[in-house]
Design a protein around this ligand. Structure first.
Ligand code: IPE
Ligand code: IPE
Ligand code: MG
Length: 246
């Protein structure tokens, strides 16, 4: 009787997937500068990477992805750059986001929509409404997002409720504050990735990232690949999260 040697499987390396990843999509301008191109060319290249990485996160089973696309401070940039960015956002909201239908991705915008043009606002709402019943990854696109602004809004909302008597001041707790942020009902990010080598948070998810693991990568966003995302997840897996415990 032939002896069958059982093939031993390589020891499965348990890789924990972060439930929620945040990405500060930074470095478009420097990418363009290196190529002697206008900054808008960097944003166009960054847009393509946004599309690729969002779909990749959905494919590998990430439940929540929050991408920082435009901050409350980015209005300080030259008009020419702002105009190019608004045009790019419009193109994406008209076309690229429709692709996300195949992946069943739920699209949400976090940030204050008020200053955007009526066209853009309508497209944002259309994308949110059209995707809200999907069952895939939740993709939060942070546009005109600033975490300080988000916290101010939460404080105002809560204060209104105290003022009209519907909320007792003693009921204000951490959960109530979380419930008044744009990310209400979502888990805090486990991992925030910042490409482009800057060691700062730039007003992104301040409250939500109290215990987030930060991974700074030297690649500029338009050069960022699926492999870089995997590497960030590997780094995350080697961190020892203690949440203040031992
Ligand atoms: C990030 O890239 C995109 C936005 C802020 C809209 P940058 O435009 O900040 O690129 P760098 O940091 O100047 O290279
Ligand atoms: C953060 O990048 C905002 C986005 C990526 C949308 P910035 O380029 O605006 O941040 P700073 O100015 O380097 O802090
Ligand atoms: Mg930048």
């Amino acid at each position: 009787m032939a002896l069958f040697k059982r093939k031993t499987k390589p020891a499965a390396v348990e890789r924990v997937l972060p439930e929620h990843i945040g990405i500060i999509m930074d470095g478009n301008g420097r990418w363009a500068k290196k190529r002697k191109l206008p900054r808008s060319a960097g944003h166009n290249a960054g847009g393509k990477v946004f599309r690729k990485i969002s779909r990749y996160c959905s494919d590998i089973g990430i439940k929540y992805l929050t991408v920082y696309a435009f901050s409350t401070e980015n209005w300080k940039r030259p008009k020419e750059e702002i105009d190019a960015l608004m045009k790019l956002f419009k193109d994406y909201l008209e076309e690229a986001l429709r692709d996300f239908k195949e992946d069943s991705i739920v699209v949400r915008f976090i940030g204050d929509k008020t200053p955007f043009s009526d066209d853009l606002k309508a497209l944002m709402i259309e994308n949110e409404e059209g995707s809200k019943d999907r069952d895939g990854m939740v993709l939060n696109i942070a546009m005109n997002y600033g975490s300080r602004d988000e916290i101010v809004r939460a404080v105002k909302n809560i204060s209104e409720n105290v003022k009209d008597g519907s909320l007792d001041i003693d009921s204000i707790d951490e959960d109530l504050i979380s419930d008044n942020l744009y990310t209400a009902g979502q888990p805090d990010p486990d991992l925030v990735i910042r490409p482009s080598g800057e060691y700062r948070i730039s007003n992104f998810l301040l409250w939500q990232s109290a215990y987030t693991e930060f991974v700074i990568m030297n690649k500029l966003w338009p050069d960022f690949t699926e492999k870089d995302l995997d590497e960030a997840i590997d780094i995350f897996n080697n961190r020892n999260r203690r949440f203040g415990g031992v």
